[in-house]
Design a protein around this ligand. Structure first.
Ligand code: KIV
Ligand code: ZN
Length: 385
């Protein structure tokens, strides 16, 4: 089984979600939980962005021992110095430098020629390697960059000392097939690519961040980047819990795995949601409140007979105690009888039929039938005796 490194950027790209602002204490609490979850690398922030972020990254670097801690820097000495100031006490100092490589970004944002971009990338990596044993270099907007230019710049930054190459789909533009091909292409044409780790970093603008990340793994990526609950710029980043659980459930297909402690997923998701203020949609894959809830009679009957009929992920896998059978208008007699027993009511067949009919009438009027509603129906039936 190939091991895929997990690079968590909840505290950097995740914090770039509109409306999210974590203070140092909150960042540290999330960092400790990410360490418990077992992420290989956590990007704790962008030290040059503010004094507060520098201090938070420093505190996390000094505290966290079982995950490598990194921080983001642009390709200039000032950013790299600020990052060193924050990260020099960490167990394994690691820097993440980025520079855009697409014509759109080079022309309009950087106002630099491609040759100037190569020079800046190479000199920043060389400068960083004087301090940092591990330097990740990211080609921002790699997915809208010219392939030959990407091969050239990636070859040069590897020669300059980069130890990880990241190919971000910065604006969530590519399809899984295309993103996979990008990895294949670079692995074929960059001659010293085997000397470095190759990383995938996907955004979810077209809803394909998880699929794209998995496609990169199929095409040789050895590191994946993302955030808990998929929070991040615009539509967010790849959800790490989705990627890790997909690899686990389909290990027969991907033949790759992360070393995350999957049963820490739910707890991590709850903490990130609480501190970021970003609510997890009920139908969100893996961590949504409805991810293990069955409503229809056919499904409920199936899982009561054998869970694997409608559950490919067990709730316990991600640290949830059990699935739930939600009673509503699609629910059947089997689930209803089970719930009544759970609430302490053993009904004869005829009684069950009568109270089940009352429940069905009520469920046509109410979207969700609560435990109190059921108790009322069942108690009324009992007191009629
Ligand atoms: O999406 C992106 O391109 C980034 C870079 C800073 C790596 O987050
Ligand atoms: Zn990003």
């Amino acid at each position: 089984m190939r091991k895929i490194d997990v690079f968590d950027t909840t505290l950097r790209d995740g914090e770039q979600s509109a409306g999210v602002n974590l203070n140092t204490v909150e960042k540290l609490e999330i960092a400790k939980q990410l360490e418990r979850l077992g992420v290989d690398i956590m990007e704790a922030g962008f030290p040059a962005a503010s004094k507060g972020d520098l201090e938070a990254v420093k505190l996390i670097a000094q505290t966290v021992k079982n995950s490598s801690v990194t921080g983001l820097a642009r390709s200039n000495k000032k950013d790299i110095d600020a990052a060193w100031e924050a990260l020099k006490y960490s167990a394994e100092p690691r820097l993440h430098i980025f520079l855009a490589t697409s014509p759109i970004h080079m022309t309009y944002k950087l106002k630099m020629t491609p040759d100037e971009v190569i020079d800046a990338a190479v000199s920043s990596v060389k400068y960083a390697r004087q301090y940092f044993p591990q330097v990740q270099w990211s080609a921002e907007d790699a997915c809208r960059s010219d392939l030959n230019f990407l091969v050239k710049i990636v070859s040069e930054v590897i020669d300059a000392g980069a130890t990880v190459i990241n190919l971000p789909d910065t604006v969530g533009y590519r399809s899984p097939q295309e993103y996979g091909k990008l990895f294949k292409y670079l692995r074929s044409y960059v001659k010293n690519i085997d000397k470095v780790k190759l990383s995938a970093h996907c955004h979810d603008d077209l809803g394909m961040a998880t699929a794209n990340t998995l496609a990169a793994i199929e095409n040789g990526a050895t590191q994946v980047e993302g955030t808990i609950n998929g929070i991040g710029e615009r539509a967010g980043n790849a959800s790490l819990e989705e990627v890790a659980v997909a690899l686990h459930i389909r290990k027969d297909y991907y033949e790759a795995e992360t070393h995350l402690k999957l049963d820490e997923i739910k707890r991590t998701s709850n903490l990130v949601s609480k501190l970021s203020g970003m609510i997890v949609p009920a139908n969100k894959a893996v961590v949504g409140a409805n991810a293990f809830a069955h409503e229809s009679g056919i499904h409920q009957d199936g899982v009561l007979k054998e869970k694997s009929t409608y559950e490919i992920i067990t709730p316990e896998l991600i640290g949830v105690k059990s699935n739930s059978l939600v009673l509503g208008k699609h629910s059947g007699r089997h689930a209803f009888k089970n719930k009544a027993l759970e609430l302490g009511f053993q009904l004869a067949d005829e009684e069950l039929n009568e109270v089940f009919k009352l429940f069905k009438d009520l469920s046509d009027k109410k979207k969700e039938i609560t435990e109190e509603d059921l108790l009322e129906l069942l108690t009324d039936k009992q007191t009629e005796k």
